[in-house]
Design a protein around this ligand. Structure first.
Ligand code: NAP
Length: 542
């Protein structure tokens, strides 16, 4: 879809599909939820906005898009047969393979007949007389369902920047999350990339060699760390398959369900020379080891963080030939890891190329987009293509862009605009009965927690069926206590001192607050299991 295009609306027909559960979104969490619910005989169906399944891995098809967690730590764990059958070709697999994998899962478990694509939800209204949701898509399809399950992911509502003239540009332009399905020919073109987050950092090295000229408009420099990807040879493939139990056990044991965990020592308890050797050691490792494998206190102690941040800055400086450009690429305005760390392959070397220009748009912000390019202050940059790698209205954005109305017609957007994304256990929000939110609002390796939450919802639906309940709703007091608990966990965390999508501060007017549950995946798992074991304590069942 081009940037100016929005999903169109067509008049509703009289036909209403009747379901037990309507799952919004056919990505990682939606597919798993569908599998689980159908397994226990629930008439569940996915409504997916895209033309195919895959969610993030359907939409984000820009060159360079790939996993940042190991393919095998991100994969589903629920089926031994699937684990044995599927061969990941790279340690950090790229988008085409990830999309193929999710399609393979859908076909292997015969889920495709239960997925309705090209169906973007426009509105959902709770009908208290039947305890059902009435749902309508932008395409005019209508459904009535007992359970409405939001599996829209955390990074789905793509965000164009608030810059005058975005719609005026005469060349090609697209957001990275709406990348064309056909190959884009950049040869000889003057291309501008706005943004320098994890997406831009994956994309830029992939197109820098192909474009005629590349201009990167950078507002905030990031601490990008080398991914160190590699293909998986047959012996390693076998080793991975033989050790899936250990891989998933390891993920279960760590704070964020990644294979890496923080080092329990405090930074300054370790002598300088040993500390430097430790930093070098984690730096040489693939993936997120340079973040989640570091001393634990870098996430809370500014001095400890600064010690490691300076090590990372020097790594960046060493890769960029021009010291002035190097300093522009070195982050100095936020602590390491307080924003999502981008993982990169040959990113910094791009700035040694003659056909690449880095423009600082922090000191002078982008003034406007014109028909012919981007203007920053008095300087106009003529361009043939503009790529918006400008991020997402994370976690809540996709849901609040729908018109969701709970008990008494109250709007979810209005509730969250006022209170922030308050919830009970991230799973429900008071006033919206039978609406489960399985988006992944836990700071966690996505699939690991998608399985936890998917299992929890499946068991809850089964429990309700077995006990003759038709309605479940979070108690307001339970929600308040959970929200307070979740908020108290972020005290002292350096995340909260930085502007980023983690805090909702990338979206004008969005209420500020850490959008994830920050207590760690093990604590989250224990809590939701305890609530279920206590007959869904904190929920009102009727
Ligand atoms: P992002 O991290 O939010 O980055 C958006 C970029 O656009 C930032 O550099 C931001 O600058 C810039 N920007 C926004 N508005 C601007 C404006 N008006 N003028 C100039 N610059 C502007 O978004 P993202 O890179 O798409 O990444 C989002 C998340 O997606 C990541 O953090 C990650 O969790 C996920 N992701 C995952 C993978 C993976 O796992 N493989 C890959 C890519 C992305 P500021 O920083 O100054 O706001």
């Amino acid at each position: 879809m081009g940037i100016a295009e929005q999903p169109g609306s067509t008049p509703a027909t009289d036909e209403v599909e009747v379901l037990d559960a309507l799952i919004i979104g056919g990505g990682v969490s939606g597919i798993y939820q569908l599998y689980g619910l159908r397994k226990i005989g629930v008439n569940a169906r996915i409504f997916e906005a895209g033309g195919g399944v895959g969610g993030t891995w359907y939409w984000n098809r820009y060159p360079g898009a790939r996993f940042d967690s190991e393919s095998y730590s991100y994969a589903y764990s629920f089926s031994d047969e699937l684990l044995k059958e599927w061969n990941w070709t790279e340690h950090y697999s790229a988008q085409p393979e990830n999309e193929r994998y999710l399609n393979f899962v859908v076909d292997k478990f015969n889920l495709r007949p239960h997925i309705r694509c090209n169906s973007r939800i426009k509105s959902a209204q709770f009908d208290a007389s039947t305890n059902q949701w009435l749902v309508e898509t932008h395409e005019g399809h209508r459904a009535r369902t007992q359970f409405l399950i939001s599996a829209v992911g955390i990074l789905s509502a793509h965000q164009l920047p608030d810059i005058p003239g975005v719609e005026r540009f005469g060349g090609r332009s697209f957001h990275t999350a709406r990348w064309p399905h056909e190959k884009v020919d950049f040869s000889g073109k003057r291309v501008g990339v706005i943004g320098s987050g994890a997406t831009a950092v994956q994309l830029i090295p992939r197109i820098a060699g192909e474009v005629g000229h590349l201009t990167v408009f950078q507002r905030t420099a990031n601490y990008c760390c080398p991914l160190r990807n590699a293909t998986i040879d047959p012996d390693t493939q076998q080793q991975i398959k033989d050790s899936y139990d250990e891989i998933f056990a390891k993920c279960r044991s760590t704070f964020a369900s990644f294979m890496q965990d923080f080092d329990p020592r405090k930074t300054f308890d370790v002598p300088l020379a040993e500390r430097q050797a430790f930093y070098e050691e984690i730096w040489s490792q693939p993936g997120f080891t340079k973040w989640f494998g570091c001393f634990y206190d870098i996430m809370t102690d500014e001095a400890a963080n600064e010690d490691y941040a300076e090590f990372v800055r020097n790594k960046i400086r060493a890769r960029v030939n021009d010291p002035v450009i190097a300093e522009m690429l070195v982050p100095k305005d936020h602590p390491f890891g307080s924003k999502r760390i981008p993982l990169e392959t040959n990113y910094y070397e791009v700035y040694n190329q003659d056909n690449v220009l880095l423009v600082d748009v922090k000191s002078t912000p982008i003034t406007e987009i014109t028909a012919t390019g981007v203007t920053v202050g008095d300087t106009h940059y003529p361009l043939d293509v503009i790529i918006y790698a400008t991020g997402f209205d994370a976690i809540t954005g996709e849901l609040t862009r729908m018109d969701i109305r709970g008990e008494g017609g109250q709007s979810l957007k209005a509730k969250w605009d006022l209170e922030g994304p308050s919830s009970y256990l991230t799973l429900q929000t008071a006033g919206f009965p039978n609406l489960f939110i399985v988006n992944g609002a836990v700071f966690c390796n996505f699939t690991r927690c998608a399985e936890v939450v998917g299992d929890w919802v499946r068991e809850c639906v089964g429990y309700m069926r077995d006990h003759g309940y038709t309605r479940i709703e979070a108690e307001q007091t339970a929600e308040d206590a959970w929200t307070e608990h979740a908020s108290s966990l972020t005290e002292g965390m350096l995340f909260t001192k930085t502007k980023s999508w983690f805090m909702g501060t990338n979206i004008p007017g969005k209420k500020r607050g850490f959008l994830f549950y920050a207590g760690g995946a093990p604590a989250f798992r224990d809590k939701v299991a305890e609530v279920a074991a206590k007959d869904y304590e904190g929920f009102i069942l009727k």
